[in-house]
Design a protein around this ligand. Structure first.
Ligand code: F6P
Length: 323
């Protein structure tokens, strides 16, 4: 292996820059040439490829976003698109590829790697933390802290006005951000896509909180909950309990930005280095992750198709602590 490429794809997450830096520096440390592909798979199809010397990744470890930019490429979902991508890699004499992203990114890599027998290693980067085979994904810790900071602020005003707030957090298919932010912010309840929401139970619970003379209540709602987002649920509760002073807040893309936390910078550095070492080692079609503080290699097939469950302890904690 003489030359490798790195790209970021799908929703960006804080710490992706730290991962790019680690890939570049580890590649150069091992006498490889490293190039960067702009805008994920779309840039690969369009041959938008830049040189990444060591100095090009100076001063990025602390920055959110991704210096390579990101995209969700529909063209790469077609066979013709992937063929063009392969031809561009061959023409540039690239021997291996590191892809940083989430489930969609790995699915593209898995298909591509099998189709053209090309070595690809994945690094999990998404604020959702919904990738099987790794305890943490890059960006989750930073996003979680952003959410908790926002909920703490909303709690101040909610208490001042004796209000019930529904706060929507990101997570199309996963409730990791929702449940952990609910625990950390002392929320009264949480609704996640993984657990079927019992709206009657929520009514009874809120009623109980009212009787217990709580000065405010916070319900965290994952955007992917099947009952609908925070607006939908807030409207339902308002109709049932007109005496509650209900408000809602959708945190949105603020959760995806900002300087990565120390945890995310260290994780990104570990996994970026591990991805290059895996390529040098001859691994292909795998993701590198962290389980029980150890770097692990997970087949793409598992990372993509197996469902990472919520920790049952977290649900129990919330039930005990939110009475
Ligand atoms: O996958 C990360 C994520 O932030 C999800 O939580 C969210 O549903 C989605 O991306 C939003 O994507 P976009 O920025 O394309 O609207």
């Amino acid at each position: 292996m003489k030359k490798i490429a790195v790209l970021t794809s799908g929703g960006d997450s804080p710490g992706m820059n730290a991962a790019i830096r680690a890939v570049v520096r580890c590649g150069i440390y091992n006498k490889l040439e490293v190039v960067g592909i702009m805008r994920g798979y779309q840039g690969l199809i369009e041959n938008d490829i830049i040189d990444l010397p060591s100095h090009s990744v100076s001063n990025i470890i602390q920055q959110g976003g991704t210096m390579l930019q990101s995209a969700r490429s529909t063209e790469f979902m077609t066979k013709e698109g992937r063929l063009t991508a392969y031809e561009n890699l061959k023409q540039k004499e690239i021997d291996g590829l590191v892809v940083i992203g989430g489930n969609g990114t790995f699915t593209g890599a898995w298909i591509f790697s099998k189709e053209f027998d090309f070595p690809v290693v994945g690094v999990p980067g998404t604020i959702d933390n919904d990738i099987y085979g790794t305890d943490y994904t890059i960006g989750f810790d930073t996003a979680l802290n952003t959410v908790v900071d926002a909920v703490d602020k909303i709690r101040d005003t909610a208490t001042a006005h004796n209000r019930l707030f529904f706060i929507e957090v990101m997570g199309r298919d996963a409730g990791f951000l929702a449940i952990q932010s609910a625990i950390a912010s002392g929320a009264e309840a949480v609704l996640t896509p993984e657990i079927e929401s019992d709206i009657e139970n929520l009514y009874a619970f809120l009623n109980n909180g009212c009787k217990n003379k709580k000065k405010s209540s916070i319900v965290i709602v994952a955007e992917g909950d099947e009952v609908g987002g925070a607006i939908n649920i807030a409207n339902k509760v308002s109709a049932e309990f007109p005496m509650y002073d209900v408000r809602m807040s959708i945190l949105g893309h603020i959760q995806r930005g900002g300087a990565p936390s120390t945890h995310d910078r260290v994780l990104a550095s570990e996994l970026g280095v591990a991805s290059v070492q895996a390529l040098i080692n001859g691994d292909r079609n795998i993701m590198v992750g962290v389980t029980d503080k150890q770097v692990v290699k997970v087949p793409f097939d598992d990372a993509i198709h197996k469902k990472k469950p919520l920790d049952p302890l977290h649900t129990e904690l919330l039930n005990i602590l939110s009475i």
